[in-house]
Design a protein around this ligand. Structure first.
Ligand code: MGD
Ligand code: SF4
Length: 729
């Protein structure tokens, strides 16, 4: 028998029949304002931007959530998704009680158990792993604020293995590429100074569909102030519709455009000479390197007219340094992503916009001390040196590499804690590897609010309560204006769910590590931290958000000297570090593979109503967008005999086929590509709204282009064809 059979929770969790009102979120709407209204401060967790807001209850019942007007980080407003946060609390398909994998009558199944039983099991398996393999063999795969408590728990135990998909599946290449150039990354929230930009270049950043709230608001302000927007996207995105220039680039050729822009700036002498001389190193090598990459050469690769490449480069230079070449966010595309991010960083340095008004500002957060806890033990091994030895320039854990290194008897990792991340739907082509890892691991704990696919591999499933029912770590985002925000529970936890801090503390106590959580209630830790900076939990309960004065400059001192955290102390146009590790010290161009006949680039992105797959079952947000559609150019539609509203399946180059998905015929997509919104296509009856709705892009990404510098999973090298409904078996 398999060590772990994939189990669906449906038979066991027993949510009962769906209550129509709860499922759709449209139970007879109450007339607001007629009852007793109570409010409590919150920090939104529908995505990880962490906007501060207020939860309103009327007669003890959930009413609405709004932005906190005092919060500069969210500009006082919530986005579509944040406003639908109550749906997470209401979702009737939530996990309800701890579940333990057991074998009954020769078959594996999940059994509802008490918290004590579940936590005792985990502690005992952890001790078993420590005895057999060592206390350094556990790792945390996490996405979300509550991961911090499990990180503390595992570090106290002796295990520091840790990774989040936000690195290797998302923004890792830009953080590494910018750090190699400027000595520091872009960070999160992105330090883009768009409100003051006079020219904004969006390379596949589909702002307006990508709703990182305050970022979109500052971009809209720039548009209203008549800033020039140049959008590079094979698709006519929302951002393209607001732009002076839309460059419908051939997919995967952005590097050619970037090199041509750098060529124009250098060879027409349009770069910021003073800034480059004062702060950078490597201009000569760069100038020689980009000599062949003329706009005429780039036209043949990108399909963008040479004159338009020159004109847009001159427009960028005209507004510099208030020109923001946006770094992108989800940038794991074609496997050359660190180098493409380097090219964006180099372009920004030539424009003199790093550290300058209208370009990239210098962020500041509050100097908030951590709560005093005992020093964790020195880990007995350096897991990064062992597991990630092929990627010495990756500063943090690489999810896909950790998964690989959990397979087989010789694997380094023997136990996983998975917090708030549905791995098979967030890491491309990972299902088989996760399945293989599940056969090797001695312990797999999943902590989540919902019965996502990853729970099917777990030994133990622990139901966390939602952000509306718990205290979370203090929000202290690096921003223009330092501020703190605290999220208070607006409701008691539903069912038998618990906050992650409680879960981690209970496990720690069973392992004799209770000193690392030295309080009865997490509120004590938060209050202590707040007191160190002249505030308190009581004050934050009144305010929700507290702004602090800046103590450092927001931009470089004009004409001042500056030390960068690179080996040379300067901005490195030419990277000695890359050269030393055997990589190209300057970004080069590799043409992407073209789709086979009657296949198309699989393009994907976000939609305003959803946060990847995690909100599709949210009853409120589901109503706004219940399924995705595949965008198809009219020429392609005619060729395949399709009309808007028809259903097709997508089949990729390796024969993997999606759920059925509706066609949307539109000129807004190039004929060599199709486009779907990411996050749909769940296949689990336990998610009663999301199940079988739309197509899953992740499943179709079987060709993964690994970034040789930081190990990220390039996802845009996949092709699909359309299988009309009548051709389906
Ligand atoms: P990407 O997913 O990288 O977007 O958002 P972004 O970083 O802005 O890119 C999507 C865009 O890239 C699409 O418009 C697509 O047409 C274009 N594109 C595809 N191929 C190419 C190409 O070869 N060249 C160029 N130039 N463009 C191309 C992701 C960001 O969004 C992230 S990482 C997170 S975590 C947040 N998630 C999120 C969400 O889930 N929902 C909503 N509503 N907003 C979100 N904001 C954030
Ligand atoms: Fe919530 Fe939207 Fe802010 Fe994300 S951007 S934290 S979903 S309000």
């Amino acid at each position: 028998m398999k060590r772990r059979e994939f189990l669906k929770l449906s038979a066991i969790v027993g949510a009962g029949a769906a209550t129509p009102g709860l499922m759709t979120g449209c139970a007879s709407p109450r007339l607001p304002g007629t009852g007793e209204v109570e409010t409590s401060p919150t920090v939104c967790n529908v995505c990880f931007w962490r906007c501060a807001g207020t939860v309103y209850k009327e007669d003890g019942q959930p009413w609405k959530i709004e932005g906190n007007p005092g919060d500069l980080h969210s500009e006082g407003r919530f986005c579509t998704r944040g406003s639908g946060g109550l749906g997470m609390y209401r979702d009737p398909d939530r996990l309800r009680q701890p579940m333990l994998r057991v074998t009954e009558n020769g078959r594996q199944t999940f059994k509802p158990v008490s918290w004590d039983e579940a936590l005792d099991f985990i502690a005992s398996r952890m001790n078993g792993i420590a005895e057999t393999h060592g206390d350094d063999r556990l790792c945390l795969l996490s996405h979300g604020v509550g991961g911090a408590y499990f990180r503390r728990l595992l570090a106290a135990f002796g295990s520091t293995g840790f990774a989040q998909p936000s690195f290797a599946q998302c923004r890792g290449p830009r953080d590494v590429g910018f750090a190699l150039t400027f000595g520091e990354g872009v960070g999160s929230p992105d330090r883009t100074d768009m409100e003051k930009s006079r020219c904004i270049v969006l390379i596949g950043s589909h702002l307006g569909e990508n709703l990182h709230n305050s970022q979109v608001q500052t971009w809209i302000k720039a548009v209203a102030n008549d800033a020039t927007v140049i959008t590079v996207d094979p698709r006519f995105s929302v951002a393209a519709g607001k732009s002076r220039y839309w460059l419908p680039i051939r997919p995967g050729t952005d590097m050619a455009l970037l090199l041509a822009w750098i060529h124009v700036l250098i060879h027409e002498g349009l770069f910021d000479r003073d800034y480059v001389a004062r702060y950078t190193t490597g201009l000569e090598q760069l100038a020689e390197h980009v000599l062949p990459f003329s706009p005429e050469w780039a036209f043949l690769e990108t399909g963008i007219e040479a004159d338009l490449i020159r004109e847009t480069a001159r427009e960028m230079a005209r507004h510099a340094p208030a020109t923001l070449v946006h770094p992108g966010r989800h940038v794991t595309w074609y496997g050359d992503d660190t180098q493409r991010s380097r090219a964006i960083a180099i372009l920004s340095a030539l424009l003199g916009s790093w550290g300058r008004e209208g370009g990239y500002f210098i962020p500041e957060s509050v100097q908030l001390p951590g709560y005093p806890t005992p020093e964790p033990p020195e880990p007995r091994s350096d897991w990064m040196a062992e597991v990630q030895k092929d990627y010495p320039l990756a500063p943090v854990g690489i999810t896909n590499v950790i998964i690989e290194d959990s397979i087989g008897d010789d694997a380094f990792f023997k136990g996983w804690f998975v917090y708030g991340t549905n791995l098979p739907y967030s890491i491309p082509a990972s299902a088989a590897q996760i399945e293989a890892a599940a056969q090797s691991l001695d312990l797999l704990v999943v902590v989540d609010t919902m019965p996502y696919a990853i729970t099917g591999y777990a030994d133990v499933v622990l139901p966390e309560c939602t952000y509306l029912e718990r205290l979370d770590p203090i929000r202290n985002s690096p921003e223009r204006q330092p501020s703190l925000a605290v999220s208070f529970p607006a409701f008691e936890p539903r069912y038998d769910s618990k906050p992650a801090w409680w879960i981690a503390k209970q496990i720690a106590e069973r392992l004799g590590l209770g000193a690392h959580f030295p309080w009865d209630d997490y509120a004590e830790e938060l209050d202590w931290q707040l007191q160190q900076v002249g505030s308190s939990l009581d004050e934050m309960r009144r305010l929700g958000v507290k702004n602090f004065p800046r103590t450092t400059a927001q931009y470089f001192e004009p004409g001042g000297a500056r030390e960068f955290r690179t080996p040379s102390g300067r901005i490195e146009l030419y990277s000695e570090t890359l050269a030393a590790y055997g990589y190209d010290p300057l970004p080069g161009y590799t043409p992407p593979t073209r789709p086979p006949e009657r296949y198309f680039h699989l393009n994907y992105g976000r939609a305003p109503a959803h946060t990847f797959g995690r909100t599709i079952n949210n009853p409120t947000l589901f109503e706004l967008m219940p399924e995705n559609a595949v965008w198809v150019n009219p020429l392609v539609a005619r060729d395949f005999g399709l009309r808007s509203g028809d259903y097709v399946q997508l089949r990729n180059q390796d024969g993997v086929t999606s759920n059925r998905v509706r066609v949307r015929v539109t000129e807004r997509i190039r004929p060599d590509s199709v486009y779907i919104v990411h996050g749909f296509g769940h296949r689990d009856p336990r998610l009663r709204l999301a199940d079988q709705r739309g197509a899953d892009d992740n499943d179709l990404m079987t060709r993964v282009l690994i970034d040789p510098i930081m190990g990220g999973t390039g996802m845009r090298g996949n092709f699909v064809t359309l299988v009309p409904e009548e051709q389906l078996a």
